[in-house]
Design a protein around this ligand. Structure first.
Ligand SMILES: C[S@@+](CC[C@H](N)C(=O)[O-])C[C@H]1O[C@@H](n2cnc3c(N)ncnc32)[C@H](O)[C@@H]1O
Length: 224
């Protein structure tokens, strides 16, 4: 992945997602995902209100969190994603609860330290990031969580049936059907938890394959 051509292929995923999300309005459905529902319960219990959602896609979970009363900031690098979320928020009269921004998460997060009570992302950590880029992202999330804040993310794992198949792009990155996926092993999850308390790693399945994922809950220490 250290080669420039390797990075070009990872960079090209942005245009790929732009096209995919422009082609169908609800690629992942309209209902909130199971991990979003589970996360909302945890966030309500901890009294969280300020939520950052990363890789929000077409907003199935964004709308759910907003309708549950959270104040959401939703980021994605595809304009077709952020435009879709904005249109849906207007249609549901939820625009006052959500700030939507186009942002490439390989870059630092555009927020001051301690801005959010929690960060949530579904199938973002398994996108076309190198492990070094994922480590930077985890550090950035840690920086802008308040002490005691949570980073809840899901990712496909090395137990997934697609792991090891298709074109290899280094590390645990494999391409199938035009999508590059970074499958996370338990060792990688441990490394990404550096600076956090690793609270839980809950396996679950999604879709007809089925994809095998984990929902990871990591906490910024109160003293951090
Ligand atoms: C698998 S989709 C999941 C979308 C949404 N979380 C859901 O579950 O419906 C991954 C999303 O991450 C976005 N994404 C991938 N890499 C990104 C990056 N480097 N910066 C920002 N967004 C990214 C894609 O555009 C896509 O919308």
């Amino acid at each position: 992945m250290s080669t420039p051509s390797g990075h070009r292929q990872l960079d090209a995923q942005r245009e790929h997602w732009q096209r995919i999300l422009a082609a169908s309005a609800d690629r992942f459905g309209t209902d909130a995902s199971t991990p979003a529902r589970a996360a909302a319960q945890v966030l309500r219990d901890m009294g969280a209100t300020r939520l950052l959602e990363l890789g929000a896609g077409q907003g199935r979970d964004t709308l759910f969190f907003a309708s549950e009363g959270f104040s959401v900031t939703a980021l994605d690098y595809a304009a077709s994603a952020t435009e879709a979320i904005t249109a849906k928020l207007e249609a549901h009269e939820l625009e006052g609860f959500v700030e939507v921004r186009q942002h490439d998460l390989r870059e630092p997060l555009p927020f001051p330290d301690g801005s959010f009570d929690a960060c949530y992302s579904h199938m973002l950590y398994c996108m076309a990031f190198t492990e070094a880029q994922l480590a930077s992202l985890s550090r950035e999330i840690l920086r802008m969580l308040r002490p005691g804040g949570l980073n809840i993310f899901t990712a496909r794992t090395t137990e997934d049936p697609d792991w090891g198949h298709g074109r290899h792009h280094g590390e645990n990155l494999y391409e199938s059907g035009g999508f590059i996926v970074h499958f996370l092993g338990s060792d990688a999850i441990e490394r990404l938890a550096e600076g956090y308390e690793l609270m839980a790693v809950d396996p679950f399945e999604e879709g007809p394959l089925p994809r095998r994922l984990v929902r990871v809950t990591m906490r910024r220490p109160d003293w951090g």
